[in-house]
Structure formats: C-alpha cells, structure tokens
Design a protein around this ligand. Structure first.
Ligand SMILES: [Zn+2]
Length: 336
C-alpha cells in the first residue's frame, strides 16, 4: 500500500512538472517516470499485517502498481501528444504570420491621389507619394525644369511656325490659367510636326537661363501624331502690354474648372518673340505625372508683358513653379 501512495505522489509531481515544462523538454521529463517507478518499488516493505496472505497481498500491490504505471504512461503519452500538437500549431501560425508579412512587403501600396500643389504637404517633393502613376516625379532622370547653361552652340534649324487665328477656351484648373486651342496650329522641328493643344502660365518662370529666372513664363504644349510632346517656353519680362495675354485676361473665368468660351479668335503668332533663337533639350512635364520624353524648346528672347498684367496673374497664382531639377549631364543645344 505504501508503494501505491509513493507512486501516486510521485506521478503527481511528475505530471505537474511535465505539464509546466517547455515543449522541447518533454522527452527528458518522461525519463524520470520510469526510474521513479523502479526506485519507488525497490525498498518497499509492508509494516503491518495484511489480511491477505503475504503472497496474495504482494500480487495485489503489484497489480495495482502495474495499473497505475499504465495509467501514468497513458496520461503522459496524451500530454506529450498535446504538447506536440501545440508546437506544430504554433509553428504553423508563425509561418503564416511571416508569409503574410512578406506578402505585404512585396505588394506595393497603390496610391491614387490626384490633389497636388506647389507648397506644403502636397508640394513637389511629395508628388511621387501622392499617386502610384507619378513615379517619375521622384525617380525620373530627365526631369524639367532645369537651369539651362553650358549649351552647345550649334546651327540649330529654325522652328517652323504655322499658327493661324483660332478659337479658344480659358480655364482656371486650380494650378494655373490654361488656354485650350482649337486644332490646326503647328510647329515643325526635327522634321516632325507638333500641333498646339494648350498654353498656360507659371510665376515665376520655371526654367532659368545661366541661373537667371524670369518673372513669368508661358508654356505652349504641342503634340505630334504619336502623342509625343514638344513644349515651347516663352519667358516673360516686364515691359509693354502684351495684347494676346490681355485677351486671355479679359476672358478669365469667374470660377475654377468652369471654362469660358469667348466668341473670339487668338493668333498665337502675336505672342512669339521677334528673334527665334532657342535652347533645346529633352525633359519632362513640370507637373504630375512628370512624364518624360518631352522635347523642350526654350526661346532665348523674352516676351514683354506689362507690370499690371503680371500683377493680375499674381493675384490668382502668386507662386506656381516647380523647383529646378538636376540636369544630370543632359545635352543642351542652343542656336548660335
Ligand atoms: Zn508649364
């Protein structure tokens, strides 16, 4: 009977210990059980006189010990199986969490913002973060505007202008005043014809010539039949009133994004400078999405506009110019 008490006590200690053990120590926890069973059975000697014969009593005790040992073994096996299952489940959960984290890392976050500005959180340095399609604004290597200097002076072919009086509409798109032109106005350069789509204004000028900025600039966006852009830049300096700009100002919209369609024609020839020398280089749009492969044609001679005309634009857009971008060794050519 004492054997039995010792065995029960022993099994209680073992099962408590093995239940608290970390999973990887389970096999060693099993070991002492067998030893303990042996140790417990070795010195056993009954101290009272059993009712049964000594042989029968011994047989009964042995049977009880054997039964209990079997139960303990069974219990331990079940605990080990549970622990093994917990280890497998924990490992699976860890792997699943890891796989989820890796997938999240690999899947690019799709951004589809459209609102941008020239200053603050949505300013030029953050354009790249606003929309996933605007990557070039941050990583492009041929961006505009640039400081135009060290141009290669060569005999650049003259730009052939084929502009004619055309109808137009004026819109305040929230970034500038933009004038959309009816079709039929072309410039030809490098044996390619580009059709004028629209023109718009920046203050101050985005481009600089040998470090010098100008009070404003007009960008005339042209597209060829393949959709390639040619951007003609006309620098504006203070001087006499410019009639074509006055016609645009006279027809400024009262509200943003609400176009005005005057019953008038614009003759873009009136805006061109007298001298037609120019700088040329490959760059980009200066607003999102900052697409590259834009052929820039920057006229050397500034066009004059009156201080009152400049002041009027500055009331709407005091500052709408992208900062200078790295020219990164690009070839710049200029008329001799
Ligand atoms: Zn522009």
């Amino acid at each position: 009977m004492r054997n039995l008490v010792a065995l029960v006590a022993c099994s209680f200690v073992i099962s408590t210990a093995s239940a608290n053990d970390p999973p990887n120590t389970a096999p060693s926890a099993a070991k002492p059980v067998v030893e303990s069973v042996k140790a417990a059975s070795a010195p056993a000697k009954p101290v009272y006189v059993p009712r049964l014969s000594p042989a029968a009593q011994r047989a009964q005790d042995e049977q009880a010990e054997a039964d209990l040992a079997a139960k303990i073994a069974e219990r331990l096996a079940a605990m080990r199986a549970n622990q093994a299952a917990r280890v497998v489940a924990a490992s699976k959960a860890r792997k699943a969490a890891e796989a989820k984290r890796k997938k999240a890392e690999q899947t690019p976050v799709v951004r589809n913002g459209t609102h941008w500005s020239y200053e603050g959180e949505q300013g030029p340095a953050n354009w790249v973060n606003i929309n996933s399609e605007w990557g070039k604004c941050g990583t492009g290597k041929r961006q505009s505007p640039i400081n135009i200097r060290d141009g290669m002076k060569v005999d650049l072919e003259p730009i052939a202008f084929d502009y004619k009086p055309s109808s137009f509409s004026v819109i305040d798109n929230g970034h500038t005043i933009q004038v959309s032109m009816a079709g039929g106005n072309y410039l030809t350069v490098q044996n390619r014809a580009f059709e004028l789509v629209e023109f718009h204004f920046h203050r101050p000028s985005e481009e600089r010539i040998n470090g010098k900025g100008f009070e404003m600039v007009v960008h005339l966006a042209h597209k060829d039949i393949d959709g390639q852009l040619a951007m003609l830049a006309l620098l504006l300096e203070r001087g006499k009133q410019q009639d074509l700009i006055q016609t645009v100002w006279n027809n400024l919209p009262l509200e943003k994004n609400l176009p005005v369609n005057p019953a008038l024609l614009l003759d873009m020839n009136e805006l061109l400078p007298q001298k037609r020398e120019y700088f040329t280089y490959m760059g980009s749009m200066t607003t999102p999405p900052c697409s590259e492969d834009v052929l820039w044609l920057v006229m050397k001679q500034p066009v004059q506009a009156s201080p009152a005309q400049m002041a009027l634009f500055s009331r709407l857009y005091p500052f709408n110019a992208r900062p200078i971008q790295a020219s990164a060794g690009r070839v710049i050519k200029e008329s001799n």
